[in-house]
Design a protein around this ligand. Structure first.
Ligand code: UD1
Ligand code: CA
Length: 457
């Protein structure tokens, strides 16, 4: 499959989304719908991709600065949109795959089959079509008595009989490049919407005696376009069950797929079990033999094998092998937890490194900290990392024992093997091997209650 380029239409406003963001940036499985379409094309072997952008293009380019694009200044119709790419398509390219940026369920295998079918039949154009129980809103495929595709009629231009046709235009096509751009150059906007319809290329080809084929999608869901947020939610649900299924077939257990939400690009290793009400987002990568959930959210996190995460929120952080997190832990961006680290209940970690085997089991806040190996941080320890203006660092070296309910006022460095007595507020560095106590000595007043005359009935 050589010399195929894709032109992806994404210049329309998507009015029905009622959004300030361009439609194609709305996410499915945590990823802009446009990128789903581009991924499918790339996986089908189509490397050169030209995206036609227009409405909201500043926002679009801010989010996707790498985009290879052409601009359609005014959105005069799908035919006009494709025509804008005529100069951008590579010289040696023979075929142009036209895709819409709002059909994120299209798969690479369908595109591959479409391209192969087109090459096999030697057609000038091949339309990806589908049989729809409810074809409302789509362009209809008109065939002659011999079964050849004669034209596509838009819903708004269709006669009552034509509206009964159930075979629809998915908006995905492959064309021979030279004939496509020649036909687009001659389009006129004489239709119900006053637009230059890409679909009119089909009747032009038919009249010129050029062969037009149709390739029916096996799964009609794949061609579903998104025009409003109801369809966005429908597509999201289909996508989610597809992703869940893929993971299960690859060896991941989802105890309740119905309440498991895993983004498009997430990777999970074999024999990992995901418990209900768990959300795994972004570019997270989870190792093998982990137990994640219930009720956890992981965003852009990398976890080694054999980790356990319960009722916790983990964001933009790394975890080694065998970490135990939660229940009820919050690990914030920029944290790097090495192997066998334990973060227990009601612990918050922010932008901190924690060495192998260290434990932070209860009720603690560590921010901007560097914690060595084999450290034990007692319950209720707080790093006072913020002086009201700046953040400061706390270094807790290897094998330190921090007693419960300590305040570590940063900047601070605690040397190796040192002990911090419980209830201390530590404001000065502690050398290696020392014990630091920073609290008032206890005073016990014997017989105080009786003298006060209290506690009498
Ligand atoms: C189009 C097809 C219709 C098909 C349907 C499938 C035409 C005339 N009709 O209709 O046969 O059944 O898709 O979903 O092609 N766009 C631009 N510039 C424009 C206009 C549109 O880039 O000037 C882009 C849109 O952003 C969108 C795509 O083209 O990604 C399709 O446009 P849309 O207005 O949604 O077309 P439909 O009315 O759905
Ligand atoms: Ca559409």
């Amino acid at each position: 499959m050589s010399q195929v380029s894709a032109v992806i239409l994404a210049a329309g406003q998507g009015k029905r989304m009622r959004s300030v963001h361009p439609k194609v940036l709305h996410k499915v499985g945590g990823k802009p719908m446009l990128l789903h379409v581009m991924d499918a094309a790339r996986k089908a072997g189509v490397e050169e991709q030209i995206v036609v952008i227009g409405h909201g293009r500043e926002t679009l380019l801010e989010s996707l600065p790498e985009l290879n694009y052409v601009v359609q200044e005014q959105q005069l119709g799908t035919g006009h949109a494709v025509f804008q790419a005529r100069e951008a398509v590579g010289k040696g390219v023979e075929r142009v795959l036209v895709l819409c940026g709002d059909t994120p369920l299209l798969t690479a295998s369908t595109l591959k089959n479409l391209i192969e079918y087109h090459e096999k039949t030697g057609a000038e154009a091949t339309i990806l079509t589908a049989e729809m129980d409810n074809p409302w809103g789509y362009g209809r495929i008109l065939r002659n008595d011999a079964g050849d595709v004669e034209k596509i009629v838009e819903h708004k231009d269709a006669s009552p009989e034509e509206l009964l046709i159930k075979e629809i235009n998915s908006g995905t096509y492959i064309f021979q490049k030279t004939s496509l751009f020649a036909a687009l150059d001659k389009l006129t906007p004489d239709n119900a919407q006053g637009e230059y319809y890409l679909t009119d290329v089909i009747s032009v080809f038919f009249r010129q005696g050029k062969k037009v084929s149709a390739f029916k999608a096996e799964d009609t869901k794949e061609v579903q376009g998104i025009n409003d947020r109801v369809q966005l939610a429908e597509v999201e649900e289909i996508f989610r069950s597809r992703k869940n299924r893929e993971l299960m077939l690859s060896g991941v257990s989802l105890i309740d797929p119905a309440t498991t939400y895993i983004d498009a690009d997430v990777k999970i290793g074999q024999d990992t079990v995901i418990l209900p009400h768990t959300i795994i987002q972004g570019n997270s990568i989870i190792g093998s033999h982990c137990l994640i959930g219930p009720s956890s959210r992981l965003e852009d996190c990398v976890l080694g094998n054999n980790c356990i995460v319960q009722y916790s929120v983990l964001i933009e952080s790394k975890f080694g092998q065998g970490c135990k997190i939660g229940p009820f832990a919050y690990v914030r961006p920029g944290s790097d937890l090495r192997d066998n680290v334990k973060i227990g209940d009601f612990v918050e970690i922010k932008k901190s490194t924690i060495g192998t085997g260290s434990k932070v089991p209860h009720l603690t806040y560590l921010g901007d900290s560097e914690v060595g190996v084999g450290v034990n941080v007692g319950a209720g320890t707080i790093t006072c990392n913020y002086d009201g203006e700046k953040k400061h660092k706390t270094i807790i070296s290897d094998n330190v024992f921090v007693g419960s309910n300590s305040n570590l006022v940063a900047p601070l460095e605690i040397g190796k093997d040192a002990y911090i007595a419980a209830g201390s507020t530590i404001t000065e560095n502690v050398p290696e091997g020392a014990l630091a106590i920073a609290r008032e000595r206890q005073t016990t007043k014997e017989g105080w209650v009786a003298k006060k005359g209290k506690k009498k009935k």
